[in-house]
Design a protein around this ligand. Structure first.
Ligand SMILES: C[S@@+](CC[C@H](N)C(=O)[O-])C[C@H]1O[C@@H](n2cnc3c(N)ncnc32)[C@H](O)[C@@H]1O
Length: 219
């Protein structure tokens, strides 16, 4: 049965699914793998962790996480994306015992409370308007266990001239007003408003992208 995309006001990438893995390295000058590795070092997964990747696209990060988990100990990496074609590509590249992909909107997660040890996301939050950023983070908080980690890579206030230039060009190129919200620095405020501890923030990729690292407080 053909997968169906879910309805969302986020900017989904069904139309780009086939070429995404070719385009992304060009747009990010091959830097994505570098900051995905940085994100993974902050995440520091244990073999038995259950990890959720929001807006997983073709599942590059979801698979990198799965490689660090042990299914025999319950380790599982789950990627969700609202775009059915992205999920179809991700599943084709790899779906295994401890690595699965679902069509789902980040603002309406179909998982029980306290299911995951960690939630991650790379370049998803600039695809959704402010109220969906808020709902997605409230949902991330709900599905995390107490003490669970949240690590996000996304556009933030540029810290270098080059970063400012790249963010203005990408706002124009992608015609996404939500990028403007990100570069005005809304994410840390929205992360805290969802109940998380204040995130630590590390600038990467010419100060154009930041890694936000925080936890759900212990109950
Ligand atoms: C720039 S891509 C990032 C993909 C992947 N995380 C990566 O780093 O390559 C953003 C993804 O968010 C997805 N998306 C947009 N709105 C969404 C929503 N409300 N819920 C879940 N995914 C969404 C898009 O379909 C797209 O695949």
């Amino acid at each position: 049965m053909e997968l169906q995309s879910v309805s969302t006001r986020g900017r989904t990438l069904d139309h780009a699914a086939r070429v995404y893995d070719l385009l992304e390295p060009l747009l990010l000058l091959g830097k994505q793998a570098e900051y995905d590795l940085h994100l993974l070092s902050l995440l520091n997964v244990s073999a038995s962790d259950r990890v959720l990747d929001l807006g997983c696209g073709t599942g590059v990060l979801t698979r990198m996480i799965a490689d660090r988990l042990n299914p025999a100990e319950g380790g599982e990496s789950v990627g969700i994306d609202a775009a059915a074609r992205m999920v179809a590509v991700a599943r084709k590249k790899r779906a295994s015992e401890n690595c699965r992909f679902e069509v789902m909107a980040a603002e309406a997660l179909g998982f029980a409370d306290a299911t995951f040890d960690a939630v991650v996301s790379s370049l998803f939050f600039h695809h959704v308007p402010l109220d969906l950023k808020e709902s997605a983070l409230t949902e991330a908080f709900r599905v995390l266990k107490p003490g669970g980690r949240l690590v996000i890579a996304d556009m933030h206030i540029p810290t270098t001239r080059m970063g400012a230039l790249v963010s203005h060009v990408s706002r124009w190129f992608f015609m996404q007003p939500q990028i403007g919200e990100n570069i005005r620095g809304v994410l840390p405020r929205v992360i805290e408003a969802a109940g998380f501890a204040p995130p630590s923030i590390v600038a990467v990729y010419f100060g154009y992208i930041a890694l936000f690292n925080t936890r759900k407080p212990n109950a």
